[in-house]
Design a protein around this ligand. Structure first.
Ligand code: DCP
Ligand code: MG
Ligand code: MN
Length: 336
């Protein structure tokens, strides 16, 4: 029913999983696959647990939580934190790998490798590391790209994109999604969705829009130029508003057909964690949710889909919640 569905999205144990997530990140940076799998499984199970976990016994009852993990869960439940997290997260290795992970395009694997090669500073990377094109951009713009974007500036960036849209075609619809739409005061990047309500005039917009924004000097670097995703197109890049004192900012743009507007907006608004919960719920109901749409009567064998199911009509975000028997959640309530 409604209540049980909603409780799956807002876990009473998120303070516990948040702390375990930090340990998971450490293990990811070390490529400790055994622990990574164990932690991911346990975190998912704790997140799905409908009741607050307050002691060792109740933690131990959860599938995937063994003795050692249950002791950690109990410590967090009791003291609000984990001593082990503080020890490890303060080490030189972790601090350095975290620094390296701030280079756009460098994940935990690459960062750990750089550490193993003896690099300790961004200077070391500049001078000695083998860098991809993305990582060069990420390193060059390290400070800019690692500073949060104030909400007002994110809005200006959106307006700039909107104006560029207006110059190439009338009637294009743009929405800022991501953390901005969830009401955050600052954003990591700006996520702009572009579509056209007539159902077909979004076609050809992607290339024209990028060309227009490049002409203006607004787009300064491409990270992922064109990621075709079915009928949707995605751009990841760097922009800079006109003026001497403006910073380089990460900008993501997706152009989608109007028929996929609502599921695309739901996806692009996130949070990523909210999306995972919602997709998991859809799966449990024999449906399948993606940025393209919601499908019903999907038959699965394990993780494999045996039938594609049938596409449900999803003209609005509200309709997607309704199909899943969930009460509607405003974007600000999806920020977890
Ligand atoms: N998204 C997702 N799964 C991912 C990455 C992204 O579902 N692995 C979706 C949900 C995100 C949205 O795309 O909210 C935008 O991605 P961002 O990386 O821009 O994340 P946010 O906008 O949520 O946060 P930030 O302020 O860091 O940009
Ligand atoms: Mg974002
Ligand atoms: Mn983004």
């Amino acid at each position: 029913g409604h209540a049980s569905g909603a409780s799956k999205l807002a876990s009473p144990n998120s303070h516990i999983t948040a702390e375990l997530q930090k340990l998971l990140q450490v293990y990811q940076s070390k490529n400790d696959t055994w622990r990574i799998t164990g932690y991911q499984r346990a975190i998912a199970a704790i997140q799905a647990h409908p009741h607050p976990i307050t002691n060792y016994q109740s933690a131990r009852k959860i599938r995937g939580v063994g003795e050692k993990l249950a002791a950690k869960v109990a410590e967090i439940a009791c003291s609000g934190r984990l001593r082990k997290v503080e020890e490890i997260c303060g080490s030189e290795e972790t601090t350095t790998i975290t620094l390296f992970m701030g280079v756009w395009g460098a994940g935990p694997h690459t960062s750990a490798n750089w550490y193993m090669q003896g690099f300790r500073t961004l200077e070391d990377l500049r001078a000695k590391a083998t860098l991809t094109r993305h990582q060069k951009v990420g390193l060059q713009l390290y400070d800019d790209l690692n500073s949060r974007i104030p909400r007002a500036e994110a809005s200006q960036i959106h307006q700039f994109v909107q104006q560029c849209c207006g110059e190439i075609r009338t009637g294009l619809l743009t929405e800022v999604c991501g953390s901005y739409r969830r009401g955050r005061d600052t954003c990591g990047d700006v996520d702009v969705l572009v579509t056209h309500p007539d159902g077909h005039s979004h076609e050809g917009v992607f290339r024209k829009l990028l060309a227009n924004m490049k002409n203006k000097g607004f787009l300064t670097d491409d990270l992922v130029t064109q990621e075709d995703n079915g009928s949707q197109q995605k751009y990841l890049g760097v922009c800079k508003l006109p003026g001497p004192d403006t910073k380089h900012r990460r900008l993501d743009i997706i152009v989608v057909p109007y028929s996929e507007f609502a599921p695309a907006m739901l996806y692009f608004t996130g949070s990523a964690h909210f999306n995972r919960s919602m997709r998991l719920l859809a799966t449990k109901l024999g449906m399948s949710l993606s940025e393209h749409g919601l499908r019903a009567n999907v038959v699965r064998k394990g993780n494999e889909k045996l039938t594609a199911g049938c596409l449900l009509e999803t003209l609005t975000e509200e309709s997607i919640f309704r199909h899943l028997s969930l009460p509607y959640q405003q974007p600000v309530d999806r920020d977890h």
